[in-house]
Design a protein around this ligand. Sequence first.
Ligand code: KIV
Length: 274
Amino acid sequence: MNTAVESARKPVTLHRLREMHAKGEKITMLTAYDATFARLVDEAGVDCILVGDSLGMLVQGHSSTVPVSIDEMAYHTRCVVRGNRTAWVIGDLPFGSYQESREQALRSSVALMQAGAHMVKLEGGGWTAETVHFLTERGIPVCAHLGLTPQSVHALGGYRIQGRDQAGADTMRRHAKELTEAGAAMMVLELMPSAVAAQVQADNPGLMTIGIGAGSATAGQVLVLHDMLHFTRGKLPRFVRNFAAEGGTADDAVRRYVAAVKDGSFPDEAVHSY
Ligand code: KIV
């Protein structure tokens, strides 16, 4: 994004995101955990910043997202908000911060909203619908998260593709419908066959589905910033494209991501999908 466009962008609101979705414009999202990267991602024109609990692995060096606390998420949300000017900021509710009760979920969400988040995200379906209803009724926009839900990695038996069999796909569709009816405005769909994500989007046309390893039919896409810049060590999942491979700066790589999601060239069904 050039400087003129950059200074012209108005803050991204939920209303604006819904308009984009209604017009068929793809929504772009990347993670950021600090002010420097939040600023870079915002200035490159990314619509939404996710302060993901993936920071537990990428910033804190844990082997999963399970150890991350609500105080740590609030701290990183404050850092991101200081660097960001216009992107929509989503704060991730970490493991153990919303499972106990609706009241606990409200307290944790208030901590992230008071840190500057515009929306909170929580993982899982079924019992979470009641929590989503409780939060949205109290003025807190909620992003749900179905498919591979990393906080449940030990229960799921690893980072595996979800919804591959008919029963799994049917459960996912039922959970997505319940969460939408409970008031979730947005939903991350992680690591599932493209056909299942496409079905969830078709079942709930107003819902903004954001895919990660879920094909190209979702309303938008999200990647972990460290993955798409290839800062992450080790073998990356096939849904990650290395946007730094063509060279230039990190800003260039993020701009390429925005352009590729907006023009539909990322994800490529033949390369990045299941
Ligand atoms: O924590 C995170 O970064 C996430 C994304 C993988 C969607 O939840």
